[in-house]
Design a protein around this ligand. Structure first.
Ligand SMILES: [Zn+2]
Length: 354
């Protein structure tokens, strides 16, 4: 056990905020990625205990802060990693989870939090913040990209089969986006392989661009195959009214925003990092455009650790959201989109079926 932990006062605040961030999920990482922090928290003192002990020390003492075992609550025997966390993790992640099941260690090198703003934590530096983020800097298949429609290979591909069903709402503002954890039993089938919908979240503006243009927002639906492979579906969101909107002399037919988005915004938690389950049911089918044509390419998670080998699907047709709905997200996250990444020699395919 790495206790006592010596922390210079100047690093305390950063270390504390770092621990809080550790508990938040990366936007694009599925639930399996949480196996590691869960495992770490399962044995020895929890982040919470450490935070409390640190705060107590700050309130009392002066000079360097030393946390001893005696400062931590007693009687916290190490517990086993939860089986479901193990089952969901990829072999590699399972190994990491095992390693992380050792007592909590605070890594003082990871004090800079990643962000979308230019600066030490900005997108250009994500790869430098931790060895685990190396793909953000060195990866050759990163997301998002600009999709040049003229250069996309037209192909008759099987339509994506969305087998989504309603789920109890579980919503969290994780400090980078508003994220919805989705209940089990909703899947997408792509080329005969089934991936489970794990969560979805939002970016403003849309991360991916089509012919150089980004839309007002995008929803990323993150799916995972039982072998660990990831598949993300991007649903572009626009405030431009659908072409079918009737025009009247006194103005356009009133177009209401997206009903699901409205439910989500109504239940955005007041506190960051706190998962709310307000007891309502949602249906992610309400986010899908009627036209199921798509672009597809091999990409990555668009947030650290920028893991590659993520099968990306971008629906060609955006869904409509009201300006008020975009404005409300803007009040929480005015800009949370990663810059476009080089496409390199990757192929983008466009489905010609509807
Ligand atoms: Zn995303």
């Amino acid at each position: 056990m790495k206790i006592p932990i010596q922390l210079p006062r100047s690093l305390l605040v950063i270390a504390l905020s770092c621990m809080m961030v550790n508990s938040a999920l990366a936007n694009d990482a599925p639930a399996a990625a949480s196996a590691k922090p869960k495992a770490a928290a399962a044995s020895g003192p929890s982040d919470d205990d450490l935070s409390k002990a640190l705060l107590n020390k700050i309130n009392k003492g002066s000079g360097d802060i030393v946390i001893r075992t005696s400062d931590l609550p007693a009687g916290k025997p190490p517990t086993q990693v939860k089986p479901e966390a193990k089952a969901e993790a990829k072999p590699k992640e399972a190994k990491e989870a095992k390693a992380a099941a050792k007592p909590v260690e605070i890594e003082l090198t990871e004090v800079i939090q990643w962000s979308y703003m230019d600066g030490p934590g900005g997108p250009e530096n994500w790869g430098n913040l931790s060895k685990e983020n190396l793909a953000c800097m060195k990866g050759k298949n990163q997301s998002p990209i600009n999709i040049n429609v003229d250069r996309a290979v037209k192909a008759q591909m099987t339509p994506l089969e969305f087998l989504y069903r309603p789920s109890p709402l579980s919503i969290v503002d994780n400090g980078y986006t508003v994220m919805v954890n989705y209940g089990e039993g909703s899947n997408v089938i792509a080329e005969g392989r089934q991936y489970r919908l794990v969560e979805f979240h939002f970016h403003k503006p849309s991360e991916e661009a089509i012919n150089g243009e980004r839309t007002d927002m995008v929803a990323h639906l993150v799916h995972q195959h039982h072998d660990g492979d990831l598949l993300e579906v991007s649903i572009l969101m626009t405030t431009k009214p659908p072409a079918t909107t009737r025009r009247y002399l006194w103005g356009n037919e009133e177009v209401k925003g997206n009903a699901l988005i409205q439910t989500l915004w109504n239940h955005v938690p007041l506190v960051k990092g706190k998962v709310e389950t307000p007891g309502v049911t949602i249906d992610v089918n309400q986010l899908l455009p009627a036209n199921r044509g798509y672009f597809t390419y091999m990409g990555s998670l668009s947030t650290p650790p920028c893991t590659e080998n993520v099968l990306r699907y971008v629906m060609k047709t955006p869904i409509y959201v009201s300006e008020e709905q975009v404005k409300n997200f803007d009040r929480i996250y005015p800009m949370n989109a990663r810059p476009l990444q080089p496409k390199g020699d990757r192929i983008v395919k466009e489905s010609t079926s509807k």
